[in-house]
Design a protein around this ligand. Structure first.
Ligand SMILES: Cc1ncc(COP(=O)(O)O)c(C=O)c1O
Length: 412
């Protein structure tokens, strides 16, 4: 038997591999590929020595709880140490307002399970993080995109889109966005818009899902903490559900993230989590906790900012040298991504096909657009490759851009 389609649920039928995952498969099959595709941290930045020492200590066998089932809500000392991390971001919470999740990706999935009735409209940015598109899409939301401006989501369009769908009888309760160094654009939402969004959510009776994995990875002194202040920090009425993660500030492989929400919602998210994984890994959570306790996150943060700022500079310099003004972009002031606009005669799919010939991968812009547009963009991650590979990738991109254009979207 090989056709199971009649057995599948509507969600099962909808499940398709993401464009980014597909890039990973392409990579696995080829050698000497330069990858600007996945938003992986630089594995050279991982505190290997420290993590080895912590893990050895934890696995010495003196504490049997280390490999035992634990509370669904998270390892209590870890939850307690997330509270001051949030405090430093201006977010004051009690312990029962935090849920540890298996990466913030799981937080997104749990939120979608909790809030989305099939057919609901969920508002996202144009473009939006593919993992959120997948999580809300799997819950059978209709994702509706809202245009971005240079300082983040357009508030006029947001209100218009929200009210238009409500007037058409649709349920519209959630707005998902990444205010700090957004994946994929690298954009920073202005402070004024953050303030206005809270007023808007109150006025329109909306919930905001604020996803913040990159906030502490700012590159210039001007940005600093003030400009990355979370929307949740000024939320007085419980309109914002906040997610963050240790994936970019420590390591992603331990899969430890968290959700902040009012305790009544945390209870429900926790119950939903029980049927997903019972609990996030005990060892993973303890390793992260011990790393926090030993000061690893604080020690790493300035180094990571410096590392990724340097890589951003290498990518910008290499692109300017190799592709000249064929590509244009706004300089990312933090995070992992450079979001490039293609010249008129190119489109993302056609260029990717040419890039693969040159053994280069990136993510096509259209993967991030829920309205089927975005073919004039590509996302280039500078976080994982070495400076030499970034330079080599820029050369390959220049070669791909020189190829003649032939694609179904090239008439854009
Ligand atoms: C905006 C955004 N949200 C969530 C995630 C998922 O992160 P985690 O590793 O914590 O699941 C990512 C990962 O790249 C991301 O870019």
């Amino acid at each position: 038997m090989n056709d199971y389609s009649s057995y599948l649920s509507p969600m099962g039928r909808r499940l398709h591999e993401s464009a980014i995952r597909r890039m990973g498969t392409v990579l696995a099959r080829q050698t000497d590929v330069v990858s600007f595709a996945p938003g992986y941290p630089d594995s050279g930045s991982f505190p290997w020595e420290e993590l080895r020492e912590i893990t050895q200590r934890l696995l010495s066998g003196t504490d049997h709880e280390v490999l035992q089932y634990g509370p669904t809500g998270g390892y209590t000392p870890l939850v307690e140490s997330i509270v001051p991390i949030l405090d430093a971001r201006g977010i004051t919470v009690a312990r029962d307002e935090v849920l540890v999740t298996t990466g913030s990706q799981q937080g997104l999935d749990l939120i979608a399970r909790l809030f989305v009735t099939p057919g609901d409209v969920v508002l996202v940015e144009l473009p939006a993080y593919t993992g959120a598109i997948a999580a809300f899409g799997n819950a059978q939301a209709q994702l509706v995109g809202v245009r971005q401006e240079s300082d983040g989501i357009s508030l006029e369009d947001l209100d218009e889109v929200c009210e238009r769908h409500r007037a058409a009888g649709r349920r519209v309760n959630l707005l998902y966005l990444v205010p700090n160094f957004q994946n994929p654009t690298g954009l920073l939402l202005s402070l004024e818009k953050r303030r206005q969004l809270l007023e808007w959510a109150e006025r329109r009776d909306m919930l905001i899902v604020e996803d913040d994995p990159y906030g502490s990875l700012y590159f210039d002194d001007v940005t600093r903490v003030e400009e990355t202040r979370s929307i949740r920090a000024d939320d007085k009425s419980g309109r914002v559900i906040y997610l963050s993660s240790f994936s970019k500030t420590l390591v992603p492989g331990l899969r430890v993230g968290w959700v902040v929400a009012p305790s009544t919602l945390i209870d429900r998210l926790e119950t939903a989590k029980q049927s997903v994984d019972l609990m996030s890994g005990s060892l993973d959570q303890r390793v992260v906790y011990e790393a926090i306790r030993g000061g690893a996150i604080e020690r790493l943060a300035p180094r990571l900012r410096e590392l990724y700022r340097r890589k951003r500079d290498v990518m910008e310099t290499a692109l300017r040298a190799e592709v000249g003004n064929l590509l244009s972009w706004t300089q990312p002031r933090g995070g992992f991504f450079l979001w490039a606009r293609l010249p008129d005669r190119h489109d993302d799919m056609g260029l990717l096909a040419q890039a693969l010939e040159e053994r280069l991968v990136f993510v096509v812009g259209s993967a991030f657009f829920v309205d089927g547009t975005g073919h004039d963009r590509i996302r280039l991650s500078f976080s994982a490759p070495t400076p030499e590979r970034i330079q080599e990738g820029a050369r390959r991109l220049a070669a791909a851009l020189r190829h003649p254009v032939a694609s179904e979207h090239s008439s854009r």
